[in-house]
Design a binder for this molecule. Structure first.
Ligand code: HEM
Length: 260
């Protein structure tokens, strides 16, 4: 019988296979994917490789291998902790977008916000996502705390995580409040005047606290710069550290609390 020429699709498949093999043999590829990864050459579905997949994946590593049945029920946690975390990520992403168009000086801040809304593509949408996201985060963190309280999950061994949670609530409120000044409009100015005046009544250190927060005796450019740095850098940095401790403790305290 006459030999038929190989089909073009087979030739193409051979070529792709050859290139894939070369890439998978390369040192660069094997430095990225650890032993046991399904992306490594010659992966087989063995018990050893299955456990490698769990151990090497950050996501699988964060989630315990075993979870209690009730812990995966949405009706138990109402996913409020997860929702708070999701909103924090959303606020980070939209906040970075806003930073491209905003300069924290008394002369430029309000104009920048105005042109962000009127002249920048998606500016109004992203600003509103950031603002509504912030309101929602305060609400979801508060409801999450209420859920934890309702289930008595503040009791041992979770009392330390409750304290970390209280700190997270404070930081969430502070993030909201520091962001409030940034549009530099009348609403922001007077809200911050009232807020910092109240802080001035703190026993013993009141005047000093107020001076440090304002960067002077009254609200001005110094205040704006201070609150901007607190809002975009310092508080988010601290929140990330506290969230890492919070999640780690949820895991170490035996996962989500449960019905006895
Ligand atoms: C930025 C704020 C917060 C985030 C992102 C966050 C996130 C989470 C997540 C994802 C969980 C596991 C699932 C769940 O229960 O929904 C959790 C559990 C927990 N959180 Fe929070 N949380 C925050 C604030 C708080 C606050 C304000 C408190 C209390 C004052 C708190 C106390 C706890 C406790 C005690 C647990 C363990 C609950 C249990 O075992 O049933 N958290 N948190």
């Amino acid at each position: 019988m006459a030999k038929t020429a190989p089909r073009r699709s087979d030739q193409l498949a051979d070529k792709v296979g050859e290139i894939t093999g070369k890439v998978q043999d390369s040192q660069a590829w094997n430095s990225i994917f650890r032993p046991g990864s399904i992306f490594r050459k010659g992966y087989t579905d063995s018990p050893r490789n299955r456990s490698y997949v769990i151990m090497n994946s950050v996501l699988y590593h964060l989630h315990p291998v075993k979870v209690k049945r009730h812990a995966v029920k949405v009706s138990y946690t109402l996913c409020l902790g997860g929702l708070s975390f999701f909103l924090f990520i959303l606020l980070t992403v939209t906040g970075i977008f806003l930073m491209f168009f905003y300069r924290p000086t008394a002369a430029q801040a309000w104009d920048d916000i105005y042109s962000l809304q009127t002249a920048v593509a998606f500016g109004l949408l992203v600003r509103n996502m950031h603002r509504w996201g912030a309101h929602l985060m305060v609400l979801s963190v508060f409801l999450h705390m209420a859920r934890v309280f309702y289930h008595g999950a503040y009791k041992p061994p979770r009392e330390f995580n409750w304290v970390i949670g209280v700190m997270l609530l404070q930081f969430t409120l502070l993030l909201s409040f520091t962001g409030y000044l940034l549009p530099w409009d009348q609403l922001a100015l007077w809200a911050v005047t009232v807020g910092t005046n109240m802080m001035g009544y703190t026993p013993v250190f009141g005047r000093q606290v107020r001076f440090v927060l304002l960067g002077g005796f009254e609200i001005g450019s110094n205040t704006l710069l201070r609150w901007y740095v607190l809002h975009v850098l310092m508080l988010p940095f601290v929140v990330v550290i506290f969230m890492a401790i919070h999640f780690w403790r949820v895991r170490k305290d035996g996962g989500i609390s449960g019905p006895l």
